[in-house]
Design a protein around this ligand. Structure first.
Ligand code: ATR
Length: 276
């Protein structure tokens, strides 16, 4: 049986959870292999480091900060998922060619639908996406691809929201959506607001939130942001940001090996690891 050789490139990556996740995935699929960390220091010659990595002929790499954009010119092909965002987090070596993907958006949607399966039958719900940065872009395209059709994007800088959407999507200001929040059944928070050390802030007020809505926050430091806490208090459903880590990895592993891994019990274990 072949042994998969997988790894992560980034800096700093010593505390990455990816080795744990992918070693679990290998085990769960009865596969052999390893997932190693290849820390590339910012002062190093990146082109040379990529050449060294290519010479090792790994089957698959993950790419993280600060190299998600920098890797683009070294790849032979860029999948649409990565083109849409302009950043790669997964590379697969196929017949000696290197193909770049971005699994963030699809991973996010998989996680959302896993935790809120009711949404699978309700893709025409009004969805509010808060933020228009890199993370929002990936999630926006993955939502459309999975069939969600009624999307509104609200951002502090509305021009940025306009720049990432197509004509079927509404663009609004944060204060507009705050006032009309009761029209949305799925609210996805992708900005940095609420992230450590900014833990006492929320990007919008949830005063008008409907209790049957799902509120999702991609911030996972802290695991429970103020926004999620307020959503819970209002009786709404919540979706936690750390759960997307698992599904981004699940999709990357599928690209490398063709195996779609069952993630049962991994969410709780991941949460325990993140909580230290
Ligand atoms: P990421 O890759 O994590 O999405 P990013 O591309 O820097 O990061 O995007 C950050 C997002 O958070 C943007 O939507 C940003 O709004 P602007 O486009 O107006 O800058 C949003 N954001 C960051 N700080 C914010 C704040 N204090 N209030 C509202 N939005 C904020």
């Amino acid at each position: 049986m072949r042994a998969y050789r997988l790894g992560l490139i980034g800096y700093p990556i010593q505390h990455s959870l990816s080795p744990w996740i992918h070693e679990q995935f290998l085990k769960r699929n009865g596969l052999t292999g390893s997932y190693e960390l290849y820390e590339v220091a910012p002062e190093s010659d990146f082109a040379q480091e990529v050449e060294k990595l290519k010479a090792m002929e790994l089957d698959g790499w993950n790419i993280t900060v600060p190299y998600k954009e920098k890797i683009l010119p070294y790849l032979d092909e860029i999948d649409v998922s990565a083109k849409q965002i302009g950043a790669v987090n997964t590379v697969v070596r196929k017949n000696g060619r290197y193909i770049g993907y971005n699994t963030d958006g699809t991973g996010y949607v998989r996680s959302l639908l896993h935790h809120h399966p009711r949404l699978k039958e309700n893709k025409s719900v009004e969805v509010l996406l808060l933020g228009a940065g890199g993370a929002a872009k990936g999630i926006y395209h993955a939502l459309l691809a999975s069939g969600f059709s009624n999307l509104t994007v609200a951002n502090r800088t509305t021009e940025k929201a306009t720049a990432i959407v197509n004509e079927s999507t509404e663009v609004a200001t944060l204060s507009e959506v705050e006032a009309s929040l009761n029209q949305f059944r799925l609210i996805i928070q992708t900005t940095n607001v609420g992230m450590k050390p900014d833990i006492n802030n929320t990007v919008i007020s949830l005063k008008q939130l409907q209790p049957d809505a799902v509120v999702s926050d991609i911030v996972y430091q802290p695991l429970e942001t103020k926004l999620l806490l307020e959503a819970k208090k209002a009786g709404a459903y919540t979706h936690y940001g750390h759960t997307m880590l698992l599904y981004q990895a699940q999709y990357a592993f599928e690209i490398w090996t063709g195996h779609l891994t069952d993630t049962t019990n991994m969410d709780t274990k991941l949460q325990a690891i993140l909580e230290g």
